[in-house]
Each structure stands twice: as C-alpha cells, then as structure tokens.
Design a protein around this ligand. Structure first.
Ligand code: GLA
Ligand code: ZN
Length: 676
C-alpha cells in the first residue's frame, strides 16, 4: 500500500485554495464531501507565497489549509512548491534563469524554469523541502510528498556547461577517453582542453531540437541533464526522508516524455506517479501502453495516477470534452494497469491565466449540478465502495516489451537512415498487436530481470549496452522467445558502430547478419512473403520504413521480400538457440501481420488471451491473494455483448453475480472478481 493511512483507492487531485478566499473554501469542503474526494494535492506552485523574500518564510495559509482539509477528512499530497521560482529569486540570483536551446538567457516567467545546476536554486529548493518536512512531519493529514512538478526541459547556461565538464570527467576520466568515445577526429573536433567542450545546442552542434553533428556529445548531454534534474529531486527527497522516513515521496512523471530517463528516476522514487492527458483521438492502446510503462518503471509496483482532466485540457489544439462515461472509463483503465489512485488536475477551475479553460471537478458555475461533477461524484462513490480490495494487486504478464530512453535518444539523434522511423511508434505497433488480443504486457527496461517472461520483444534495439546481448542469450538459451527488428544492434552506448556486421553483438543469438539498410519513401512498401504458414498467417504482408537486407547464418528463413533487388532474401528469421528461439523482423510490418505473428508466438508458449472480447473491449487483469480482478473496459460508444465464461463470478461495481453472455454498455466498465 502506498500509505495505509488511507487504505482505499485515493481519489482527489490538484487543489489551489490560495487562489480563492474563505467563502469558497467552505464550498470546497462541502463539495469534496459530495464527490467522495479524500486527497488534495496542494502547494504545487506556492513558492512565491511561502517565501516572499530571502529570509522570510510564511506558511500561515498552508497551516490553515492542512488543518481544514484534515478536519474534513481529506488527506494531503503535499508538494514542495519548487517547480516555479519566485520573482525576487530571479532578480537577485539571475543564475537561476535558464539559457534555452537557441542560447538565449531567459527572463522571469513560466514554470519548470530553474536551471538545475544553479546554486541558488538548489540551495533554496533544498531549504524549502527541509522546512516543509520539519513543519508538517507530524501532521495527521500528510499522506505523501510530491516533489516539485513535472521535471523537464534542458538548460544550456554556463553553469550547466561547467557541470557537464565535471560530469564528463567522472564518466570518462580523461579527455582522451572523451575524444575516443565521441570519435572526435571526425570533422577535426579533437578537444585539447576541457574548456573546449561547450554545450551542444543551436549555437554549436545541434539544430531543430534533435539533429546533431555529433551523436556522442548530444547523447551525453541528455544523460547529463536528466541526471542534473534528478540530483535536484534527490536533494529534496533526502531532506524529506530525513525527517519523515515513513512518508512516501514521489514526483509526477509524464509517460513517454522524451527528455528524462525515468528508469533512473524511478530508482529514487518510493512510488511512481504520472499525469495522463490523452487526446480524444489518442489510441486507447497507446494509453494502456503508457500505464504499463509507468508500472514497469518499478518492476510492477502499483503507481499513482496523479493527474488527469475530469473533462478537457486547455493546452491541446482542440480540447474536446471527455464524452459522458469516458472519464470513468479512463480512470478504470489506469487502475486496470496498476494504478492505486485516481486523481485530477484540478479540483476547482481557476479564474485567470492560462489554465482557466482547463476542466475541473468544480466548474466556474460553482455548484454541483453539472455533468462533470455528477460523473466525478459517482466515481467517488464507487471507489469508496471498492475499499482496499484492489490495492496492491499485481499484473502478471508473460510478455514483455523493452523500451529504453538512451536508445530513443540515440535513434532520434542518428543521422539516417530515415526520418520516418519513430521509436515509440514502433514500440506501440508491437504493443497494439498484443493489446488487440487481450494479451497482458509489461513494458520494461533493458536491465529488467527476464526470468519471469516467455516472450521478450525489443523493437529497434539500435543501441546495445554492455552486458545486454549476454542476458538475451541466457534468456533464449533457457527457452525464452526473443524478437527484435531492423536497425538493431548497430551501436554501443556512445553511438559508435559495432564492427563486423549488423546486428553486432546480437548477431550470435539471431543467427543472421545485415549487409545493407534500405529506407522506403512514404507510401512505398515491400512485402513479406511467408515461406511457410505461421499460425493463422500465410501469403504476403506489406512492410516499410526500413528494409534490412540480411543473410541467414544459422537462422531459418520464415519470410522473404517479394520485390526490388533484394527480392527473395530473408525478411523474417528464426534462430534456434539453446532451448529457445530468437526472431529477426527485418522491416516494419503492418498490424495484421504483427497480430498473427505475435499471437502465434504466444500460442506456442501457451500464452492465451485473458478473455476473448469484441473489438474495442479491453481486458486487463490484476491479481492479489489468489483472487483475480478482471477489468473489462468497453471503449466503444455502443453496448456490446461479452462472454465472461461459464463460472459464476462477482461484478464488483454492481455487486451482481454474472456468467456467460453479458451486455456491457457503451463506455461501460466491469470488474470481475474470481478465484485464480
Ligand atoms: C500538467 C501540470 C499541471 C497542469 C496540467 C494541465 O500535468 O502538472 O500543473 O498544468 O498539466 O493539463
Ligand atoms: Zn543551466
């Protein structure tokens, strides 16, 4: 349990009473009760209020808010307020202001705006965390710490440049080693002095955000900035832990957010939390995949849904309303994938500045007679009734998909072979093929223990880090199935090519080598023609983006290209390796192929769908104490019939016993409880 002070699915969200007066607070108390809200995230952006100048700290409003919430049975997710620095701090300590990608020194404004290597920022953030912990350590409402908010963005200032050089000295020891790691003889970039190393941005090696002349320095700068922000988090985290060792600490993450290596971050977090803001047209499987990644950050431990909108965002191009039932449906989708909280941004809609059109539990009209409030209150009631039943239950997947931030950086920075290659989209294609069949998946790091999996898929594993290929070999030798794709095994952790034929270190387990890599234009396809039926698959399937021209060594050819000069050469191979098999998919196939292919591999391993359902009905399972909780989520607007099996089981949201064919309403949810 995240904190047994509140032994139920936490329900609440971001709350900014400092923007309102007392009259409104009374209304808040009343309406929170009506909505079943029991957690408020407060103090997220109140640094300016708490510390009006260098030596003054004033927590009167926070004392009052903590006490008031406590009196009303609302626990507190207490933020440390350091996500936006006060104006006086920027005036007095300009080093706190970031320098942007174009080399411009920022002025005061925005948020998430502090240079992570600014001495003033670190000092005052750190003091603030200590003061808050000291002040509220015994407060009965304190449930969890929320450090800063959505860490992100990079800085390119001189302090960062100096800290980067130190970071490089620690990583490489000598300048010679840096020159070698980055291959700086290319274009005559040899560094003679540490001072020669400047930050890679639009003033030096990079352009367009993700284009670079030197992958080595750009890659290391991403690692360094992720580490720098993580150090800021750790400074606060340690201050909090010193005084409140039993209160969990988190910071809210952002799913597949590109800039931070969350696998590193999660190691420093007691519980992962994240903010889920899909658009109405985001594939629901993409959201599921992101939940699975958030669960995978801490090897399956339940996570927090820290923020979602009850109705609409303000920052997308088209901020569609969540249709009736969709907020509830997507809340349970998070729970189905491992969330133990359902929380919103925001509880009350603000009246000024850029988030006044962001949805909230309490809308501008101010009363409870709104669709959004009614839906929130209904969900609040359901979560109260569920109590602690589902808390701490786990997802037991036999299939894992690997995702790696450093691999992503390297791929995005790689100059070639195609701008059309999008790593996360490739991951999603594989994920979606399993999702469509209700086969549970863990999204894991390249360092995760593989022993509990039967099938491990590592799409576009371009960067192979030390020790990785050996672990894959061990996994396959013991009987596992491993799948990787085109453009894998190309470089080491510094984006330096592994010589001797692609896929480099993975060549042994895969039993192939790739001689050339062709890039296809948009709308251009080749075809994968099977040499034998594979489960339901036979004949040809289109493929595109990249086509590796490969040679089978010890591998068996399962499909060949149907056209172009490499017609008849292998595009899909299987290599028997010890007790298991390693597959190479040399191009990017369509969804029909992937569904059949992965379905077939699962069937060979005895992995079957959790439940067979009509299209658009998602199923995910959590298990605790030999009881299975099966979430059946109807993403269709219309009702459908689902066969839930012949045994009688309890549907938790209605309390009814059901079996056989049941109707589930449009956007409806069922939670089936049964013995494992
Ligand atoms: C993020 C932030 C919140 C708020 C919401 C709006 O998730 O953490 O402060 O700005 O976005 O969607
Ligand atoms: Zn900086």
């Amino acid at each position: 349990m995240i904190n047994d002070k509140l032994p139920k699915m936490w329900y609440g969200g971001d709350y900014n009473p400092e923007q309102w007066d007392e009259k409104v607070w009374e209304e808040d108390d009343r309406m929170f009760k009506l909505a079943g809200i029991d957690v408020a995230t407060i103090n997220v952006f109140s640094w300016a209020l708490n510390q009006p100048d260098e030596n003054t700290y004033d927590f009167a409003w926070l004392d009052e808010t903590m006490d008031r919430l406590d009196r009303n049975g609302v626990k507190v997710c207490l933020a440390t307020s350091t996500a936006a620095h006060p104006a006086w701090m920027a005036r007095k300590y300009p080093d706190i202001l970031r320098v942007d990608y174009d080399g411009r020194k920022r002025k005061f404004g925005g948020r998430h705006n502090s240079c992570p290597n600014s001495e003033a920022y670190r000092k005052y953030a750190h003091i603030m965390a200590g003061k808050l912990a000291e002040r509220y350590k015994d407060h009965p409402a304190l449930l969890i710490w929320h450090v800063s908010n959505e860490y992100g963005g990079y800085c390119y200032c001189d302090n960062c440049a100096a800290a980067f050089r130190t970071w490089l000295q620690e990583r490489y020891g000598t300048l010679d080693a840096v020159n070698k790691a980055w291959n700086t003889r290319f274009w005559g970039h040899t560094f003679y002095d540490w001072e020669d190393i400047v930050v890679p941005n639009a003033l030096s090696e990079e352009w367009g955000g993700n284009r670079t002349n030197f992958q080595g320095i750009s890659l290391d700068y991403r690692r360094f900035q992720s580490d720098s922000l993580l150090e800021c988090y750790k400074l606060e985290h340690d201050e909090l832990k010193k005084r409140t060792p039993d209160i969990p600490v988190t910071t809210n993450l952002m799913g597949f957010y590109p800039e931070l290596n969350y696998f590193d971050w999660a190691k420093e977090m007691d519980v992962v939390s994240w903010d889920n803001y899909p658009s109405l047209d985001t594939p629901v499987s993409y959201t599921s995949m992101t939940h699975d990644l958030m669960r995978g950050l801490k090897s399956g431990q339940p996570f927090m849904l820290m923020e979602q909108t009850p109705s609409q965002q303000n920052w997308q191009a088209y901020n569609a309303l969540k249709r009736p039932g969709v907020m509830r449906l997507w809340s349970y989708q998070a729970v189905a994938h491992g969330a133990d909280t359902v929380m919103f941004f925001q509880l009350r809609r603000s009246i000024g500045a850029c988030e006044k059109y962001h949805g909230a539990v309490i809308e501008h009209v101010g009363h409870e007679n709104t669709r959004v409030f009614r839906e929130c209150a209904e969900l609040g009631r359901e979560l109260q009734e569920l109590g602690d039943r589902i808390l701490d239950s786990r997802v037991h997947a036999k299939v894992a998909i690997m995702y790696d931030w450093e691999n992503r950086w390297a791929l995005e920075l790689s100059s070639g072979p195609s701008v059309a290659l999008n790593y996360v989209d490739e991951i999603h294609k594989y994920y979606d093929a399993l999702y469509q069949q209700n086969i549970g998946v863990d999204v894991i790091s390249v360092e995760e223990d593989l022993s509990s999996y039967d099938l491990v898929i590592a799409p576009v594993m371009y960067m192979v880090k030390p020790g990785f290929s050996k672990r894959v070999e061990e996994f396959v030798a013991r009987g596992g199935k491993f799948v990787t794709t085109f453009f894998s095994g190309i470089v080491n952790e510094n984006d330096i090519v592994t010589l001797g034929g692609y896929p480099g270190e993975l060549r042994n387990v895969l039993g192939i080598w790739a001689e050339e890599i062709d890039a296809l234009y948009p709308g251009q396809f080749n075809e994968m023609v099977l040499t034998q039926d594979l489960g339901e698959l036979h004949g040809g399937y289109p493929c595109g983006i990249l086509c590796d021209v490969i040679h089978a060594e010890t591998a068996e050819v399962l499909a060949e290209y149907s056209s172009d000069f490499y017609k008849g050469t292998p595009v899909l191979t299987r290599n028997q390796f010890g007790e298991g098999q390693a597959y190479y998919v040399a191009s990017s196939p369509d969804s029909e192929f992937l569904k059949g292919f992965l379905g077939h591999l699962c069937a060979e391993k005895g992995i079957t769908p959790i439940l067979e359902t009509p299209a658009g009905v998602e199923v995910s399972e959590r298990v605790k104490n030999d009881i299975s909780y099966l979430f059946v989520l109807n993403h269709n607007a219309d009702e459908v019939i689902v066969h839930v099996g012949d045994e009688s089981q309890t549907e938790l949201l209605t309390g009814q016993k059901i079996s056989g064919e049941v109707t589930i309403s449009g956007h409806g949810v069922m939670i089936l409880e049964r013995a494992v």
